[in-house]
Design a binder for this molecule. Structure first.
Ligand code: TEU
Length: 587
């Protein structure tokens, strides 16, 4: 593995064999790092029950080391009733038996560190499970924990349980009302996600202290940071105002009242201080579906001691009709995608830091969505998408299977879906009169199970993921698209990602070069320049399935430039094949 070049960025040298989490680390080590996300349920099953688990991950760390990634972000493995595959947590300080034990997690941390990889936990504290002891206690109106959640009486003048009696008109992100009536007390509780994910009340200082204590416990256990689930939702407008109702709709959007709320940054600063997140060796990344560039600049400004970086949704919301749900899909012209990423590059150029991602466990597969997953173009388009993203300035995130060019899944009927969001959307959309074919078409493009089919390890039964029956069927294309074949093939997507990651470790311009987007309106070409005192890199990419010829006058002078990485090695000239891309080093 290529040793990270911590010193080059921070101007400080450090011993790369110092134990993780101890000693002094240079500030902002994550600027040179690449993060790999593991969705444990779908990564590797060690015990044949059809569900991935912790020992399965530990057994595959060689795959991550070979790829060269620096950090593993682990989606939730905590105790959970699994209503939302672990994003509904009933015990923050234990592991769900489905995934293993605390001892298995300790073994994973040790194994990661032995492979030179840090481990970042998912932190889901906007809500708990309704089976968390805090919420169970909170159901009693006289309990001191009543105020730990958002309990409210019915709307004045309405009987509990009748239509319109919900305290606000808010729609849950998983469809239907965001309020659930508790028959025993006659009051409702708020759940922005499923009914089994009641929202915590961050206004209550005891809630915050309980969360910080839990986080300190994990840091003491040896984890290297946190990815914070929907952290932009933790502060609300205390008046809980109704949201605007779209024409013909029944519910209003809670967005204005709950996203980027008035105390968000106060809470983040407090968390940073109370947990010691600024100690230098930890990585924090906040998932923020509603974040703006302006807010991201503040939250990731190191002087404010909030977060290291955030996940913006700007580029993954572009194929949605403005203001509409994620299922209301519109075509996405390349210039809009380029412009959006460039706006974030420019917005955070002098202050703060970007995260870079195409994929995660909630998004469809990038090669299907932004590339071309046909047999002719799958490999080249997966490589080119990787090249373009990793040559932006920020910390890239690779989602399991992305490094193989895994594609969306060919689900046939709703019975094949397992994701609560997809199932609830299907049910609610049909109830409100949507055409079944349109609903299935939207699910095929955007359903989260596309990202959750099992990791494709080899061409054997169930792709080598399990010896049992997988909880979600493997994609039949695992016969060709799999890790074993990819590792052995020098021209695979895997080896291209490996080279991209090595380039980030080796080349200071990839980390810190000034970013410039050229030809912003070109419908096929994506051209990026990264420039610094030591020279410049030029990324020339054809992001289309047709050939294209670039005009020399439109590009920087490439005379004498060296090609550092290419989808089609050995080719020269300005005519690019479909999805061909090159990274040039100039001067
Ligand atoms: O997701 C938050 C979120 O708003 C979306 O990405 C969501 O998954 C949905 O697709 C929007 O339509 C986070 C987690 O990443 C997700 O897996 C959880 O289901 C959700 O929070 C609740 O914890």
């Amino acid at each position: 593995m290529i040793a990270p070049i911590w010193g080059r960025v921070a101007g400080v040298t450090t011993s790369s064999d110092a134990p993780f989490g101890t000693g002094s680390r240079p500030a902002q080590w994550w600027r040179t790092a690449v993060v790999y996300q593991v969705y444990p349920r779908s990564f590797a099953d060690s015990d044949g029950d059809g569900v991935g688990d912790l020992p399965g991950i530990t057994a595959h760390l060689d795959h991550l080391e070979r790829l060269g990634v620096d950090v593993l972000w682990l989606s939730p493995v905590y105790r959970s009733p699994m209503d939302d595959n672990g994003y509904d947590i009933s015990d923050y300080q234990d592991i769900d038996p489905l995934f293993g034990t605390l001892a298995d997690l300790d073994a994973l941390i040790t194994g990661c560190h032995a492979h030179g990889i840090r481990l970042v936990m998912d932190l889901v504290v906007n809500h708990t499970s309704d089976e968390h002891p805090w919420f169970v206690e909170s159901r009693d109106p006289t309990s001191p924990k009543r105020d730990w959640y958002w309990w409210r009486p019915p709307r004045p003048g309405h009987e509990p349980g009748t239509e319109g009696a919900e305290p606000t008109n808010w729609e849950s992100i998983f469809s239907g009302s965001a309020w659930q009536l508790d028959e025993a007390s006659g009051e409702y509780y708020l759940h922005l996600f499923s009914t089994k994910q009641p929202d915590l009340n961050w206004e209550n200082p005891q809630v915050r202290q309980a969360v910080y204590a839990m986080m300190r416990w994990w840091v003491d256990r040896g984890v290297d940071g946190f990815r914070m689930d929907v952290i932009d939702l933790i502060s609300r407008d205390p008046a809980l105002p109704d949201g605007p109702v779209p024409p013909g709709g029944r519910f209003g959007s809670p967005h204005e009242a709950v996203a980027n709320g008035p105390r968000l940054e106060e809470f983040l600063t407090e968390m940073n201080r109370e947990v010691g997140l600024g100690a230098g060796h930890l990585l924090t990344v906040g998932e923020m579906p509603g974040v703006t560039i302006e807010l991201a600049r503040r939250v990731t400004d190191p002087r404010r001691h909030e977060l290291d970086m955030v996940f913006s949704f700007a580029h993954v919301d572009l194929d949605v009709r403005p203001g509409g749900p994620k299922w209301d899909i519109v075509p996405l012209p390349l210039p809009r995608l380029k412009r959006t990423l460039a706006d974030w590059q420019e917005g955070l150029a002098d202050v703060g830091w970007n995260s870079l991602y195409w994929n995660n466990h909630d998004q469809p597969r990038a090669v299907t969505r932004f590339g071309d997953d046909s047999p002719e173009h799958r490999v080249a388009s997966a490589k080119t998408l990787g090249t373009v993203l990793h040559l932006h300035r920020g910390t890239p995130y690779v989602y399991q299977g992305e490094e193989l060019g895994m594609t969306n899944a060919p689900f046939g009927s709703i019975a094949e879906y397992r994701d609560i969001e997809s199932i609830r959307y299907h049910e609610q959309a049909l109830l409100s009169g949507a055409l079944p074919d349109a609903v299935m078409a939207a699910l095929a493009l955007k359903g989260r199970d596309n990202a959750r089919t099992p990791m494709q390890w080899d061409a054997g039964p169930h792709a080598g993921f399990t010896t049992g029956t997988p909880w979600l069927p493997v994609n039949p294309n695992h016969v060709e698209v799999n890790a074993e074949a990819a590792r052995a093939d020098p021209s695979s997507v895997f080896n291209h990602y490996r080279a991209l990651i090595a380039l980030r470790h080796d080349h200071p311009l990839v980390v810190d070069g000034r970013f410039e987007l050229l030809l912003p309106d070109h419908p096929q070409l994506w051209v990026v320049v990264r420039e610094g005192a030591i020279g410049r890199l030029v990324v020339l990419a054809n992001c289309s399935s047709q050939p294209v010829t670039a005009a020399a006058g439109d590009l920087p002078d490439l005379a004498g430039a060296t090609v550092l990485l290419a989808t089609h090695p050995g080719r020269e000239g300005l005519e690019l094949l479909p999805w061909e891309s090159r990274v040039y080093e100039v001067g």
